[in-house]
Design a binder for this molecule. Structure first.
Ligand code: PEP
Ligand code: MG
Length: 325
């Protein structure tokens, strides 16, 4: 079966009724990126920079970061790469930067930490800008944004990094598109204001689910309650797609849901046209999307949104899938 999926990987993810979906790769390690990009992804939709940081004994220097980011951009050939600024804290500790907190998922993580440590943040931004030079590939993504002011502050630092490089090296750099992760529910209600500040949004369905349901995504005791197919979560995702569209804000999904066959179908039904997923999901999602009709998925979504539990949603989508085999 895997071979059957893989045989079409280089074909575009085009539904039977002609809707093109762009499929991207989630990456954090360099190994394998090159071959996977060559193997059918439209680019890297989420490069998690905390992963190379986690493998070090100390914060990597600016020149070390430039080297890593340049390799990632090169591996992606000329395809776009969304680089996320450091997203440590929560479930992602840095061995050389211990954080002790009662509620790490509600604590000092993502952009909060970067804004409190501009000396680290500026180095990372400078490294990204230099790695990309004047290329068109790079997009920069901010994790765990909960207040508009955090976006404004981050943009100010980006401007500073830009100006420093221009002065230091007389460098002709290009301003990359900037995006924010939609992971904190409050931001769902501020997409108009987000659109006035940035170029794109990337929905982190893992954290968005965690925060909408108040369920720790890594706690086995409550793992049965962590459910991205919860009708409330699906309605939030649906509303986000609609509000991004109406505000002219480009949007993609990069949480696990985007790489699950049932999740990908529902997201496409909601109107998402960019999905980013781990390498293992790419071929299967592509294969599946090439065999469905978007308008059928929209009818399915209407029914799905009336269900009362994630269990019922999955049963319904499973039924739809088996009727197509
Ligand atoms: C997410 O929260 O859905 C996401 C993609 O980010 P991470 O899993 O790295 O927290
Ligand atoms: Mg996240």
């Amino acid at each position: 079966l895997q071979r059957r999926y893989a045989s079409e990987l280089n074909e575009p993810a085009l539904t039977l009724d002609g809707h093109r979906v762009h499929l991207f790769l989630n990456a954090g390690l360099l190994s394998g990126v090159a071959s996977e990009i060559a193997d059918g992804a439209d680019g890297i939709g989420l490069y998690r920079t905390e992963i190379p940081f986690m493998l070090q004994q100390r914060f990597p220097s600016e020149s070390e970061q430039i080297k890593v980011y340049r390799q990632v951009l090169q591996a992606a050939a000329n395809k776009p790469v969304v680089m996320r600024t450091l997203d440590v804290g929560g479930d992602k500790p840095l061995p050389y930067f211990p954080i002790k907190e009662e509620n790490p998922f509600l604590g000092w993580r993502g952009v909060r930490l970067s804004l409190d440590h501009p000396e680290l943040f500026l180095v990372q931004l400078r490294a990204m800008l230099q790695a990309a030079a004047d290329g068109e590939q790079l997009k920069i993504l901010l994790p765990m944004v909960s207040h508009l002011d955090e976006i404004d502050q981050a943009l100010t630092y980006l401007e500073q990094a830009f100006n420093e490089l221009r002065t230091d090296f007389n460098a002709q750099l290009k301003r990359p598109p900037i995006g924010v992760m939609l992971e904190v529910p409050a931001l769902l209600y501020q997409l108009q204001e987000v659109a006035a500040r940035v170029d794109f949004v990337s929905v982190g369905s893992n954290d968005l689910t965690q925060y909408l349901l108040a369920v720790d995504r890594n706690n086995p005791r409550v793992s049965s309650l962590f459910d991205s197919y919860h009708p409330g979560v699906l309605r939030a995702l649906h509303a986000a797609a609609r509000d991004c569209q109406s505000n002219g804000l480009a949007v993609s999904v990069c949480g696990e849901l985007a790489g699950e066959p049932m999740g990908a179908l529902l997201l496409v039904a909601m109107g998402y046209r960019e999905l980013s997923m781990s390498q293992g999901s790419l071929a299967k999602v592509n294969y599946l999307l090439r065999r469905v009709e978007c308008h059928e998925l929209e009818q399915l979504l209407e029914l799905v949104l009336q269900m009362s539990s994630g269990y019922e949603v999955r049963e319904l989508v499973r039924e739809y899938l088996s009727s197509r085999e």
